[in-house]
Design a protein around this ligand. Sequence first.
Ligand code: ADP
Ligand code: ZN
Length: 520
Amino acid sequence: MTINQAPQALLQSAFGFPAFRPGQQEIVERLINRTNTLCVMPTGFGKSLCYQLPALMADGLTVVVSPLVALMDDQVAGLLANGIDAACIHSGRDRATNVDDWMRVRDGRAKLLYLSPERLMTERMLAQLDRLDPAMFVVDEAHCISKWGASFRPEYESLSALHDRFPNATLAAFTATADMATRQDIAAKLFRGRGDIVVHGFDRPNLRLEVEPKADWRRQLVDFLEPRRNRAGIVYCLSRRLTEEVATFLAERGFRALPYHAGLSPETRRENQETFMAEDGVVMVATIAFGMGIDKPDVRFVFHLNLPASMEAYYQEIGRAGRDGNPAEVQLLYGLSDIRMRRQFIDQDGGAEDHKNREHKRLDSLLAYCETTQCRRVSLLAYFGEQTAPCGNCDICLDPPEVVDGTTEARKLFAAIRETGARFGAGHVIDVLRGTASDKVGQRQHDQLPSFATGKDRGKSYWQGLIRQAVAGGYLWIDIENYGSLKLTDKGQAVDDGAERFFSREIRETKSGRSRRRDP
Ligand code: ADP
Ligand code: ZN
């Protein structure tokens, strides 16, 4: 039985929703028009509706492939509750139930059939489906088909045969993965070039995005928290030790701050989590161990004291703010030491060389976001493949940084790195530039170098900012294996040689940049 109603009417009559969410309608229309489509959307966007509604309108069966048995049961129960006939077959149910569901599929009563990939791709099932000539196949968690992604599943690979086996069927695939290479790979495998990729739903317009170079993080944190005293929020830290240090530091300043990390006892974790959920104005100072499955709608801010691992991680972590749709703020602090630490993690993590390279590239994307001169929302969404107009609400839109020609300064910096043999980290290079007579400078006779004191007219925070931008822009790299020494890339070499110019964001010098406190 096919339903002859306009999608809009069916949305209300079958699902009880007054309107499509932005983006849903486009996907629904594509699938009704039988266009193979890979849909990239974040979790919670409402993907089920995107294929369930077209399934009701299709002339024939829709087969939904899902890796999770519990999820299939939920979906089918939900559909049946809405009066939509749906079936599923999996090894977690008794044979009689499976047979009964199959009967409803065979008779054309059930419009949707949920299956695991292993079950679908048995010759027996395929032969039976041949006779039913399904109208559509939906592949959920489609990134599992790609070896590029982190969750490759061998049983998904065989799904690439669907295209040839059921040439009349529409193919729809869904994933929340942001990685471009993985998306391309999914589309190539499932559609063999005959299909599109559509991205929707990554925009979170109620989040105000902000990134700030790390100077004196204690002051920056308190400045941020002070006007938000009675609001709930999360402060993310890289290490367990730091979460405890920061929680104590904030508690001393009268904030209701609690630590959360995997090293705390289960009771303490539960207690702190319950307090955060139940009381107003609690600040959770946490590692990324905190957040999974925590659904507090009125988290008003997320403050990153350290750089996340990637754009994906950043997006996921800031996504815990403002779930209720009301305004929320996110702030990210980052400094050179963060970049160094992240690089170190990737290198120490082991794994194949190309895996490491991909991880470094993912980190590069986040660094580019940090140093961008365009609207944060535009650049965040661009990473996920979505377009938007400047938001008028982020730090860049509200206070656009000037782009300045920093070639002269960059050449001073690069010369100092070159002359010291590219064997030193930012601290020593800055000492040389600023003409600081440190012990190390004396011992190495670096006060004899042509570049010594050539940058003394600028403060330490200026040079730190320039180095950070040069690293983020790919002019310098941090050699983790050699004590984090700064080295020129080919791009940096071209500036050093005078062949290219160096443009940077205007660097606002801060007093606290000269602070001798260590970065967290
Ligand atoms: P996911 O994208 O994670 O699979 P779901 O399909 O489970 O998300 O949908 C998430 C939630 O959004 C569900 O509670 C669903 O009922 C709801 N939802 C989906 N579409 C709409 C809509 N157009 N209007 C209101 N709620 C919707
Ligand atoms: Zn903006």
